[in-house]
Design a binder for this molecule. Sequence first.
Ligand SMILES: *Cc1c(COP(=O)(O)O)cnc(C)c1O
Length: 951
Amino acid sequence: MKTDSFKLRHIGPSTKDLGEMLNTIKADSLEQLIYETVPDDILLKKSLNLDFALSEQEYSAHIQKLSAKNKVFKTYIGLGYHEASLPAVIQRNILENPGWYTAYTPYQAEIAQGRLEALLNYQTMICDLTGMELANASLLDESTAAAEAMTMLFAVRSRDQKKNNVNKFFVSEEILPQTLSLLQTRAIPLDIQLVVGDHQQFDFSTEFYGAILQYPGKSGQVYDYADFVEKAHQAEIKVAVAADILSLVSLKSPGSFDADVVVGTTQRFGIPLGYGGPHAGFFATREAYKRTIPGRIIGVTQDLNGGRALRMALQTREQHIKRDKATSNICTAQVLLAVMAGMYSVYHGPEGLSYIASKVNASAVTLSGELEKLGFNQLNTAYFDTIRIQGDATKIKEIAEAHEVNFFYPDSNTVSISLNEATTIEDLNTILSIFAKVVGKEYTPIQKIDTSNTIEKDLRRNTDFLTNEVFNSYHSETELMRYIKKLERKDLSLNHSMIPLGSCTMKLNAASEMLPLSDPQWGNIHPFVPVHQAQGYQEVLKKLEEQLTEITGFAATSLQPNSGAQGEFAGLMVIRAYHESNGDHHRNICLIPSSAHGTNPASAVMAGMKVIVTKATEEGNIDIEDLREKALKHKDNLAALMVTYPSTHGVYESGIREITQIIHDNGGQVYMDGANMNAQVGLTNPGAIGADVCHLNLHKTFAIPHGGGGPGVGPICVAEQLVPFLPGNPVITTGGDQAITAISAAPWGSALACLISYGYITMLGVNGLKEATQYAILNANYIKERLDGHYNVLYVGEKGRAAHEMILDCRPFKANGIEVTDIAKRLMDYGFHAPTVSFPVAGTIMIEPTESESKAELDRFCDAMIAIRKEIAETTADNPNNVMKNAPHTLAMLTADSWDFPYSREQAAYPLSYVAENKFWPSVRRVDDAYGDRNLICTCAPIEEYMETEG
Ligand SMILES: *Cc1c(COP(=O)(O)O)cnc(C)c1O
């Protein structure tokens, strides 16, 4: 056996396990199992055209060699991206710590209090710096956050009768170019009319419902927007402000001049540039918009004992529930990056942030003064970190690049320089030397920068921020390390036990895949540097695109979308552009099966399509006759079908090729939701089933960690006819030759995270990838077999096999008074995270073990499920004081002086012997969602304060 093969580390079951498992499921071989599972007409007849595997050692050498091809210049391009200093204590204890990066989205609040607290810190930081009342727990980047602001204000405009039919949105010409592109993308399908101009000339016509301003402007100029906002409000125009987070430390907050929405990125709070991402976008607004704010909000509530507890608030806003009534499709966001940015503020505190902000500002002031001494003209009158110098851009660029320095050149006679936290006096002197050379003069080196506040009084912040204790307690490394650990211990992640989440594919995120993320040769590259400086990235991204194109059986790939849902939107916009290129402007009907994920209808509506839901059969498959009828009825206007494969019911529908044919016959394109790609890689693919475009969730199938709810990468892969329309970027050329406008701010989305998937594919190689799929199917069928007789599996394939996941019906337990949530909570007592609850069928759980779990772990999980089934049998609906309803049980309950429950402490906390060896304690009792939604609190202030004032 090749023991240096990565496959051995990635795939859970050993060769010995394999024999036993095949025995249990009554199959002779993996091949036979696959034959009984995947329909014959879609099975690939030959291997994928991919390389053989590299070992972990070989990969490490390979990726290092590629990293050396990136040239890390000192970069002052700005435009929303700045070099930042990630505190080592955060790098080591969060970014490099599986306790943090392998966690799932905190749906199970009782075992997620750590990251929930970290996100509450983040929201508090955003509220304080923006001066707003309410912030969400992150969006995908600044530009998509700005687009969400535009669409949210559009959605709420009808509340104001006068604005009901108004569709104009003003965009300041000082907006970042990538944000303008995003606004265009999102405006077109909703019929929002963008008007770009100088905000100082704006006439406040009542035809506008909203406006967006950049603060400071892209030129670096700081404007006082108070007047604009006041006049806009008089005309009932709502105002969004895209703000630079670090400048808000020094400048008046947008809330203080009455902005309605504030968006931006927290990248420069310690997050590596990573050639464009991942970074957390932020979105803050008024409390009045709490029901329409996109993304997730963390809120305070209480647990069963009345103690303080956190959970995701107001979840009825989410696309899962609102479906085609949703105004946003945000599902995966940027949790890990939000946690890190929030922790950056915990580490620095208000004083540290003020020091950093004034140092950056003073550096800019000092540099501006010295450049003026050399005879240069500086154009910005009020600025935070960016100065604009007049001069021959071509000449300056040539000398700057020879000194390994990047500036931004807005036109042939202007140079823009954005300074950052990492800029040193030596760096300033290098910049000076470049300009001195341009004019052939000597310069006097800067010795010292004066960090006193140089922002003029009218523009300066005069309110406190980050006054909460959490931002004023952990400034030594020892203290912060322990605080991070304290939070980490409250959360159950993959480094404790399997997280068998159906549809979400929580597989191994291997250390060798993650290691390159810490390397500044990858981390410290600005997304808008000249492409030849990022050769290492270019090679990896191109190769990854090719790998994904081959895996999906398509013609090309765009890595730009930052989540699966963004991929859906991107794919539909590409389909839309294709229809339009054929003159089919009227094609706007999107068929979606009833079992689809909530993001599907939400994305379709965002793409300007009308959703028509098709039925499912008794067996859970798409009702082909119903589909045919609807496709025929709408054949003149059919745009697309969105279909998940294998279905969200965990079945490879055998009629899939007929289904895609029906759509094509009626002029539509087929969008395949690729969330279940883990059941396809190497066996079949979207090309083989007849789809035209799919997204992949690299954070599911291709090993990017879930990060507690993000980052994600959701590339789209497309057939030949759609290639010309792949999304572009306004600064760096990418995408098709008739590219649609941007889907994400950065040209290649979250390029840094793409390294993980590249590592995964490269180290598994052509054979390992296929085996991973086979083992994922084996593991699922093993669980199915072991639970047989205890639980009813809702849907199976024609030969009785599950795909890579299965749905267990828990509705019959209602007779015993047991809801599916009770099972989820009781699993915590056994040391497990619950499977997916009530998706796609209410009252069920969906289990997906992935290939990474060993037989031993699967057995522990099955033992727990079987033990729980016995406990359910012993409960009765008339007596809710039982072990299921009281779950989860906390250490405080177990060690309390009194024990008032009709079962033993041992039964409560150590129901099986394996549990005692590795006990995980939920840190709170069951949380009360409704209480928190009635009393919404989304910042760090202690709940008692609100309880008292509430009256
Ligand atoms: C996860 C998932 C999505 C959404 O992907 P995100 O990356 O969370 O935006 C869409 N469809 C299905 C079936 C999924 O499981």
